[in-house]
Structures are given as C-alpha cells and as structure tokens.
Design a protein. Structure first.
Length: 259
C-alpha cells in the first residue's frame, strides 16, 4: 500500500483528523474546517483535501446512524440544492481559484458573523430566527463551493443554522445529514479530477482508526455538554476557525503577492 512516509505530516494529520471527528460528531463540524489547513503545512492543500475526503465520508456514515432521527427536513430542502450548485461551480473553477482566496472569504464571513452575535448582546443572540430560502440558498451555495475546495463548508452552514436556536441534537444531526450528501457527491468530481491516487488513498486508510476514535469521542462529549455551553462553544469555534483561515490566507498573499 502506498502512503505518505513523512513523520511531520502525521504529527499534523493525527490531531487534525481527531479534531475533525470530535467536531463533526459532537459539535456540528465547526472546528473540523481546520483539518485541511493543518495538514497543508506538510503537503499541498489539494493533497490534504484528497486525503480528508474518504475519511470525512467514513465519519459521516458513523454519525448518520446516531442522528438518523434528529435532523431538520426544511433546512435540508433549503441547503442541499444550493450546495450541489456550489459543488458544480467548485468543480468548474478548480484549476483557477486559489485555496487561499477561498480561505479568506470564509474567514471574513465567520469572523463578522461571530462578532455581530457577540456585539449585539445575549438578548439578540438568543432570539430564534426563521430559516429563509434566500439566506439559505446563498450560504448553502457557499458551503458547497468551499466544501469542495477545502472541506470548509462548516462555517456557512453554522451561520445559517445557529441563529435558529434549534435543539443541539437537531442542529448536529442536520449538519451530519447535510454533509453526508455533500461529501459523497464530491467523490465523483474528485475522482475525475485525479485526486484519488494510490498514495492519497493509502494515507487516508492509515488515518481511519484516528477518525473512528474522534467520532466516538465527539458522540460521548455531545451528551455531556449543556445547551448554553454548547452554543458558546459553537460560536467560539467559528471565530477561531475564521481567525486561523484569515491568518493562513494573508500569510499566503504576503508571501506570494497575488490571489
């Protein structure tokens, strides 16, 4: 079996996959967006994304059974068609738009959204908002596009779902159902774009035990965290994710000098 042999890669990939598993299964995927950026410190973003996709698909299968009866159908009807359009756009522009540019877009949206929530105060933030087709279409399309490019669809989905103040299990379950559709659809263009070479698939196979442990750990933590703390964690993770992506994008632009 072919696989990446660099120890530095695994020093980054193991915690990245563990964080992704915990985040996806217990907290709605907010911090999982950091997996590709962390792994991209040792390999190219394209290789990191190709390695992560089979792992994410496996995590999704494990999570679907746990949340099979706890997800919101209206939100899925709004988000999924838009996300599929975003995946198509990502496929068509794969060779033209840099990952750093996508990271910057996601970073700005995540940071502005979180700061708005904190600055408006607890009263405004705790008032449930209605899910709307317009907002859901825009954020769903953005989630599909950024998920295709760098598996960074979590923040846009969270930005649409969090203001609704739904039950935490329904929130996580909805993100699980959304991403099992998105990630399995992405397998098709990733295959045709040549992303699944033997080394990428072999490396993904080596990381599967870490992914399964992270998924179990997230499911365990989900039932131990109260609702108030849960939403504080989600908004905090969104902000940290935005800062991390912003830092990575700006560092790239400063070094390279172009988008």
């Amino acid at each position: 079996m072919d696989f990446i042999a660099d120890p530095f890669f695994y020093a980054l990939a193991i915690p990245a996959v563990l964080i992704a598993g915990v985040s996806k299964s217990g907290f709605g995927g907010g911090l999982g967006v950091m997996a590709v950026p962390l792994m991209a410190l040792a390999v190219s973003p394209q290789v990191a994304a190709a390695i992560m996709l089979p792992i994410l698909c496996l995590m999704d299968l494990a999570n679907v059974w746990a949340y099979r009866k706890r997800w919101d159908r209206r939100n899925m009807l709004i988000l999924v068609p838009a996300a599929l359009a975003g995946i198509l756009i990502g496929t068509l522009t794969f060779s033209y738009l840099s990952v750093a540019a996508v990271k910057l877009i996601i970073a700005l949206i995540a940071i502005i959204f979180t700061l708005d929530h904190w600055l408006r105060g607890k009263k405004a933030g705790d008032t449930p908002k209605q899910s709307t087709w317009g907002k859901g279409t825009v954020l769903g399309g953005l989630a599909g596009f950024t998920s295709f490019v760098a598996h960074a669809g979590g923040p846009p989905v969270s930005m649409f779902l969090l203001p609704q103040r739904m039950d935490k299990s329904v929130f996580v379950g909805t993100t699980v159902m959304f991403f099992i559709v998105v990630n399995y659809v992405k397998l098709i263009p990733y295959w045709f774009l040549g992303q699944f070479n033997p080394a990428n698939l072999g490396t993904a196979a080596l990381l599967i035990p870490v992914a399964l442990f992270g998924t179990w750990l997230g499911l365990w933590a989900h039932d131990k965290v109260n609702v108030t703390l849960f939403y504080r964690i989600c908004y905090g993770l969104l902000f940290l994710t935005g800062v991390k992506l912003f830092w990575d994008a700006m560092a790239h632009f400063i070094t390279v000098g172009s988008v």
